[in-house]
Design a protein around this ligand. Structure first.
Ligand code: FAD
Length: 385
């Protein structure tokens, strides 16, 4: 159970990992592929195991007495991820581990699929992709055009493009979402193995979160097998897109926590590097501190609620809207506070300014989050907020 004293231990452990991430943040920003040189660090070793259930070999990321925490709940993740992102969001996201694909595996995978998926990370650090977005279809997942085609001889193949896919060219396993027919229930998730023919991954050049190595994936007559398709043991309404949407609800507080971590890092940087403030600056500083504090409460509340009921995704949407905007504001503010030339003189602020711009797009833009919130309001779900 997570209590205030548990949270304090989580934060303490994660701050140590965060210090390791901070040390290599600028290096990975310049040369993202050098992350392989740092896989021995305790931070990246822990991240490789984060979100792996113990029955599949996962190691706890935090142990308190007899309690072991594996990052399996939204609340554990937001506490953890805020600290790691304050260390370096790009290295955290570019680190190994099953990441958000793990949530879909837990919901939709059968025993054999889970063994196959999680065993990748037991052999050593490995990366997984979660491939949903496409070049023309980001916000509206129901319109994806990547297809699973079943041939009369019972063979199957996957054809299409996926875009902005985190760690795409590093992955040794992952999940791809594709249409089997043109209905929302026709969207299925399949385990993909990048070593099979027909798969290519090309890294994209990005300004922020460069450690994540967003990639363009192409599947050209990529051979699929029946055991690759997730959710075969579930009813059609519980497979595919349903799995992706539940994943988004449960991961969205983590994106908010990433943004909060970067905003907090910018605030801390200014308070560490400047000691004298004008009255006006002091007011700005205090206001930002209060906003960081209230956003943290909002994100933790959303995460705890979603752990009880994954349908409360609108709470995650609200906190993600606030967090993405605060990360942008806080990084702008920090550059202002450090004076003219701070983009050049303070490489970390320069980096965080660029990183902060990515959160708006991750797991849905503000417009899309507002649509989620409006739908919850219109359906009467929000009356007790
Ligand atoms: C750092 C980062 C990591 C990512 N990682 C992954 C990943 O691992 N896997 C993955 O699958 N995807 C990933 N993505 C992709 C991300 O999910 C998409 O960028 C996002 O869903 C938005 O899609 P899009 O970029 O195609 O924008 P579009 O959908 O083209 O939207 C463009 C603009 O139109 C607006 N808009 C779109 N539809 C509506 C509407 N109905 N009403 C009002 N406004 C609308 C949007 O708000 C936005 O401002 C990542 C993106 C980033 C930036």
């Amino acid at each position: 159970m997570i209590t205030p004293s548990t949270i304090a231990v989580f934060e303490q452990v994660m701050k140590q990992y965060a210090a390791e991430l901070r040390q290599i943040g600028l290096t990975i920003d310049q040369e993202p592929d050098r992350i392989t040189e740092f896989l021995h660090t305790s931070a990246l070793q822990a991240i490789n195991h984060m979100m792996i259930p113990p029955e599949y070999g996962g190691q706890p990321i935090v142990t308190i007495g007899n309690e072991r925490y594996y990052g399996l709940t939204s609340l554990e993740r937001v506490i953890t991820i805020e600290q790691l992102a304050a260390g370096d969001a790009g290295v955290f996201l570019g680190g190994p581990g099953p990441s958000m694909s793990s949530i879909v595996m837990m919901d939709l995978g059968d025993e054999e699929q889970k063994e196959r998926f999680y065993s990748q990370f037991m052999k050593g650090p490995a990366w997984a992709v979660f491939a949903l977005s496409e070049p023309e279809k980001g916000s509206d997942a129901t319109e994806i055009s990547t297809r699973i085609t079943r041939h009369p001889d019972h063979t199957m193949e996957l054809t299409g493009h996926k875009f902005y896919i985190g760690n795409g060219h590093r992955a040794s396993i992952g999940l791809a979402f594709a249409q089997t027919n043109r209905t929302p229930l026709g969207i299925q998730a399949a385990i993909i193995d990048p070593s099979r023919p027909g798969f290519t991954a090309t890294p994209l050049d990005t300004m922020g979160l460069r450690g994540l190595r967003l990639s363009h994936l192409q599947f050209q007559s990529y051979p699929l097998e029946e055991q690759d398709i997730l959710g075969r043991h579930l009813s059609p309404t519980k497979r595919g897109l349903w799995g992706a949407l539940r994943t988004f609800h449960r991961m969205r507080p983590s994106v908010a926590a990433l943004a909060l971590g970067v905003a907090q890092a910018a605030y801390d940087y200014v308070t560490e590097h400047r000691t004298v403030f004008t009255e006006r600056e002091k007011t700005g500083l205090e206001r930002l501190e209060i906003r960081l504090h209230s956003l943290r409460n909002m994100i933790r509340h959303a995460a705890a609620e979603i752990d009880h009921d994954a349908n409360k995704g609108y709470l995650a949407s609200l906190s993600k809207i606030r967090a993405a905007s605060l990360a942008e504001e806080a990084t702008d503010w920090a550059l202002d506070m450090m004076g003219p030339g701070s983009m050049l003189e303070h490489p970390l602020l320069n980096k965080w300014y660029r990183d902060a711009r990515a959160f708006e797009f991750m797991e849905g833009t503000t417009s899309i989050q507002k649509i989620n919130v409006f739908q919850a309001y219109a359906n009467g779900k929000m009356q007790h907020v």
